[in-house]
Design a protein around this ligand. Structure first.
Ligand code: 8YV
Length: 327
């Protein structure tokens, strides 16, 4: 039987599925360090990860390794050059999380704009004595301009929801989406600078790459409207968290909603100390149904990539399909 590592605790019934095909080494404990991961991969044919960094050293230590299946759509935790050089296939879990993640983008954006968590903390602290005309004034969602940076599948799901709020949608992306999609979403393509200047609510849904490290920093935040909100459901590292904390503290922008952070699960203490930010622990895809779908899709990819099951040799979501059959 081929051997696999499951690097994280996941749904036990998905582990049972994997055990029908493989000898499974399941890490149910703490997150593995880079050294531990490399050690556990040394005798494995495949692995299932969830955001765990897999780089050249881990791959070099694992001569049998043919596939690493990430339970996530983002795969910035994979060093794809190292994967390609060693003919290791990477797979991810796109599509199944689009709608839940878009729902959550709205939840964060609306909570930030309408000061939901800030006012709740105040209420819980026993500070509510009387109604005040100016208590927790926020900014409107309806009728405002939504700026989406990253118009992929999740960005499009976000944009579709804007119609019900009678919003104008502008977007920026590496490349313009097809004209019929633009027309269907009623979304206008603009430069990043224009988007930051015009949007009342900016939402980030782009993949993290070396090119877009700190794509939102002090200079970009300075372009935004004073009452605008910034929501990040993409990846830490896209935003300069220190610059954002300072812009929030100085009220250069209205509020922010963050689900992802540079260096998470550590959160920049400067962010923890400003009130006008809603902070959640990377849960945009976290519904029971979606996380189950992601785990099962990650298992489907692993099973197929290792030549098992009904799709043997034809995994549904290869990131680097060119290596299939080369190992
Ligand atoms: C994952 C995510 O839960 O899919 C992604 O890219 O960010 C989340 O849905 C997280 O990355 C753990 O793998």
């Amino acid at each position: 039987m081929q051997k696999i590592l499951v690097a994280r605790p996941i749904f036990p019934d998905v582990i049972e599925r994997l055990k029908q095909h493989f000898d499974v080494d399941w890490n149910q404990g703490e997150v593995l360090s880079a050294t531990e991961l490399a050690q556990r991969l040394a005798d494995k044919d495949g692995a299932l990860t969830a955001g765990d960094p897999v780089g050249a050293a881990a791959i070099a230590a694992a001569p049998r390794l043919r596939v690493v299946s990430n339970m996530a759509v983002g795969f910035n935790n994979f060093d794809m050059a190292a994967f390609n050089a060693a003919n290791v296939l990477g797979t991810n879990t796109p599509e199944v999380l689009n709608e839940s993640t878009a729902d959550f983008g709205w939840a964060l954006m609306m909570a930030a704009a309408r000061r939901v968590t800030e006012s709740e903390h105040w209420l819980r602290a026993g500070k509510w004595q009387k109604w005040a005309y100016d208590g927790f004034l926020g900014s409107d969602i309806h009728g405002s301009t939504l700026g989406i940076i990253g118009m992929g599948r999740i960005g499009q799901a976000l944009a579709r929801r804007a119609r019900g709020f009678n919003m104008r949608v502008i977007y920026h992306n590496r490349s313009r989406v097809a004209p019929q999609i633009e027309a269907e979403l009623d979304a206008e393509y603009v430069s990043k600078e224009q988007l930051l200047k015009r949007a009342d609510h900016v939402v980030l849904v782009l993949p993290y790459t070396a090119e877009n490290h700190h794509t939102i920093g002090a200079a970009e935040l300075a372009l935004m409207k004073p009452a605008a909100t910034l929501t990040n459901i993409a990846r830490g590292g896209i935003v300069d968290d220190a610059a954002l904390a300072e812009a929030l503290r100085a009220k250069r922008i209205g509020a922010a909603g963050l689900d992802v952070y540079e260096g998470e699960p550590r959160v920049n203490p400067a962010l923890l100390s400003v009130p006008n930010v809603v902070l959640t622990p990377h849960i945009a895809s976290a519904t029971e149904a979606t996380r189950r779908a992601m785990a099962n899709l990650a298992a489907d990819n692993l099973i197929a990539a290792l030549g098992e099951g009904p799709r043997a040799g034809n995994p549904p979501n290869p990131i680097n399909p060119e290596v299939i059959g080369r190992a």
